[in-house]
Design a protein around this ligand. Structure first.
Ligand SMILES: [Zn+2]
Length: 261
């Protein structure tokens, strides 16, 4: 059986000390690929470096997260955009998406700037024909309504929680959803998984985000959590774990346009 982590922040400094160990552990758990999502320029450069250090195992998503918009300078935004364009121009196969980008309603004091940056990132994704990985806390309905005005071929809504009306619309547009460790314990997330066709679902850890409920309590979040997430998805779907794992690997390949070993 093979597993994938479509959303983890591997270039986060929390992981910097023991990357080899984390990758080895992931492989031991049969996690065969992961997408290192980025927050800003520094972590975008970091994600790219990791994709070179662990070829075929680590893929990179580059971008500016809404949490980092407040201190973002025009020069940094421009440099992130250049970096994405340059890597795309040299046909770097490890660059698989623009992410993590989006809007977060908790940070309304920088609302206009969030919108500006998100728009820039979506325009770039459209221009370079790259998939997008979206953070939409408190903004899911708004984002699902604004996305059709862009010509985006692949959209992934990460950690989709609510509302279910936006889930319905998202699925009608063919968007993908990622869910992670909460699938094992949250009824709300399990309901989202229940309503999402398996062909539109991907698994994630969002590490280093920590989970405070069992079976994850007290543990550092790494891609090695993924088999537990897939088991929870299989439980919700009433399917065999093998079948779910195989479909999610297929989804990963289709969404990110890669072929896994
Ligand atoms: Zn994230």
């Amino acid at each position: 059986m093979k597993f994938v982590d479509a959303h983890v922040h591997l270039s986060d400094e929390e992981y910097a000390e023991d990357l080899d160990e984390i990758i080895a552990e992931a492989k031991k758990s049969n996690v065969v690929a992961l997408v290192s999502n980025s927050m800003d320029l520094e972590t975008s450069v970091g994600s790219l470096k990791l994709s070179e250090r662990y070829p075929g195992m680590v893929y990179a998503a580059l971008g500016v997260h809404p949490w980092n918009v407040q201190n973002l300078t025009d020069a940094e935004l421009k440099r992130v955009e250049e970096l994405i364009s340059e890597e795309r121009a040299r046909k770097n196969k490890a660059l698989v998406a623009i992410g993590e980008i989006g809007l977060d309603y908790k940070y309304t004091r920088v609302w206009d700037k969030q919108l500006m940056v998100f728009n820039e990132m979506l325009n770039l994704a459209e221009k370079l024909d790259l998939p997008v990985i979206i953070h939409s806390r408190g903004t899911t309905s708004q984002i699902v309504d604004m996305l059709p005005s862009f010509n985006l071929k692949k959209v992934l809504l990460h950690w989709f929680s609510h509302p279910l009306s936006a889930l319905k619309k998202a699925l009608e547009h063919g968007y993908y959803i990622t869910e992670g460790p909460p699938t094992a314990y949250s009824n709300g997330i399990r309901e989202v998984v229940r309503r999402t066709p398996l062909t539109n679902l991907l698994t994630e850890t969002d590490g280093p985000v920590r989970y405070w409920k069992n079976p994850f309590k007290g543990k550092r979040t790494t891609p090695a959590f993924i088999p537990t997430v897939v088991k929870a998805v299989a439980e919700v779907k009433g399917l065999e774990v093998e079948e779910v794992a195989a479909q999610i690997v297929k989804n990963f390949e289709a969404f990110f346009r890669v072929k896994l070993n």
